[in-house]
Design a binder for this molecule. Structure first.
Ligand SMILES: [Zn+2]
Length: 141
């Protein structure tokens, strides 16, 4: 049996001393709002049709088709890194080639409050602990 205080302290120590791995943040990108715009153009087309403006309706429908055929950005998450010099970056290579340091998992974890640490561990890490001759905690993010 492992006392919870010892387990908590081991996890916190393990996380705060991880300076080998850069912290990876994940940012939600809402995507484009073309679906709304296409819907509005189609509504204008339907309204034009009701008014008997068939040419206008045809133009709106063609405009909607052109919008649908164009490039779209679906909602998604983008991963990136935090550089001490540049701030958030998508690609770490330019920073590393300039000798910049990236925020490590340990630095990031040390900056979180208790609730933030709990959320970080619950959402992004698998923590396992076992005892051989001392308590060993491993984290996998
Ligand atoms: Zn940088």
């Amino acid at each position: 049996m492992v006392p919870m205080a010892e387990l908590d302290a081991s996890i916190i120590e393990g996380m705060e001393t991880d300076h080998a791995n850069p912290h990876v943040y994940s940012e939600f990108v809402a995507g484009d709002n073309l679906s709304d715009e296409i819907g509005k153009v189609r509504e204008r087309g339907a309204e034009a049709m009701k008014q008997g403006d068939y040419s206008g309706a045809k133009d709106f429908m063609r405009q909607a088709e052109e919008l649908e055929a164009g490039p779209r950005i679906a909602p998604h998450f983008e991963d990136g890194f935090e550089c001490h010099e540049c701030g958030r970056v998508k690609d770490m290579v330019p920073c590393l080639t300039k000798g910049h340091k990236l925020v490590t998992e340990g630095e990031y974890f040390a900056g979180l409050d208790t609730d933030g640490r709990r959320d970080e561990l619950a959402q992004n890490w698998i923590v396992s602990a076992y005892r051989v001759d001392r308590l060993v905690v491993t984290s996998c993010g």
